[in-house]
Write a protein that binds this ligand. Structure first.
Ligand SMILES: [Fe+2]
Ligand SMILES: [Fe+2]
Length: 238
C-alpha cells in the first residue's frame, strides 16, 4: 500500500489540530507552544523513520505503516497520564484511520507500533536485558518507531532543546548557557539514549549525531571564554 499526498495531508491536519485542542484543554499555560513543539517532534520522528526505512530496506507497505505511526505516535500526549499515551494514541489513530477507509489489518499494524513505542526503563535491571525483552515481541514498524523517537533525542534536536531548557535564552549570558551545555549532563543523557537504539541503521545514524554533538561541544570550548579570567575586584583593591 502506498499513501497519497492527500492521505498524508488529511492525517497531518487531524493530528495537528487534535494536539492544539487537547493541549489547551488540559493546561492553558504555554499550551500553544507545547502543541507546536509536539507537532514538530512528530514531524522529526517521521523524517527519522523514513531514513531508517531507507537504511533497513523495508517494503513499501511497511513504509506506509511507519509514516502514519510516526505522525500519530504522540497524538494523545495531552489527554491521559504519560504512561498511557501510547495506548490511547493507538485507539485515536485506529478510529481515524478506519473512518478514512483504511483496511483493518493495515490499521492494526499502525496501532501496534503506536501502542508499543513508549517504554519505561527500570533503574535496577540491566538496560540490555530490558531492550531484549522489548525487541523480542515488537513488530518491525514498532522497532523502527522506537528508534525514530530515540534519534530525535540525540544530536541537533538535543542541543536546541538543552539550550532552551538550560539557557532560557535571553535571560542568561552566552557563557553561562555554554557552561551548562558542556557540563556533561545533556551529552550523558544522549549517550544513554544511544544505548537504546535497536536497528543497525538507528545505531549508525545515532553514532553520527553523537559525533556531531561532541564536535559541537568541543567547538564551544574552543571559541567561547566560559570563565572570565579577570576576577572582579573590590574598589579598594584597585
Ligand atoms: Fe514521541
Ligand atoms: Fe511518545
Amino acid at each position: 500500500m502506498q499513501l497519497t499526498d492527500e492521505q498524508l495531508q488529511r492525517a497531518a491536519d487531524f493530528v495537528r489540530s487534535y494536539l492544539r485542542r487537547t493541549a489547551s484543554s488540559k493546561e492553558s499555560h504555554k499550551a500553544e507552544f507545547r502543541a507546536e513543539n509536539r507537532w514538530q517532534h512528530s514531524l522529526n520522528v517521521q523524517k527519522n523513520i523514513r531514513a531508517l526505512a531507507d537504511g533497513e530496506g523495508i517494503p513499501s507497505d511497511s513504509r506506509a505503516v511507519c509514516d502514519l505511526a510516526a505522525l500519530f505516535h504522540d497524538v494523545d500526549h495531552y489527554t491521559v497520564d504519560y504512561e498511557y499515551h501510547g495506548l490511547r494514541g493507538a485507539e485515536t489513530a485506529t478510529h481515524f484511520l478506519l473512518s478514512e477507509g483504511y483496511p483493518p489489518p493495515f490499521v492494526e499494524r499502525v496501532a501496534e507500533a503506536i501502542r508499543r513505542h513508549h517504554n519505561e526503563f527500570e533503574d535496577d535491571v540491566p538496560l540490555e536485558d530490558q531492550m531484549r525483552a522489548i525487541v523480542t515481541n515488537a513488530s518491525l514498524e514498532a522497532r523502527l518507531l522506537m528508534d525514530a523517537e530515540t534519534l530525535d533525542k540525540i544530536g541537533a534536536s538535543n542541543i536546541i532543546q538543552s539550550l532552551l531548557t538550560l539557557g532560557r535564552i535571553g535571560t542568561k549570558p552566552i557563557n553561562v548557557a555554554a557552561r551548562e551545555l558542556v557540563a556533561g549532563f545533556p551529552l550523558e543523557r544522549a549517550h544513554e539514549w544511544y544505548r537504546t537504539l535497536i536497528t543497525p541503521t538507528g545505531r549508525r545514524i545515532g553514532a553520527q549525531r553523537l559525533a556531531f554533538y561532541e564536535q559541537f561541544l568541543a567547538q564551544i570550548e574552543s571559541e567561547i571564554v566560559i570563565e572570565d579570567p579577570y576576577p572582579e575586584r573590590a574598589p579598594q583593591d584597585i
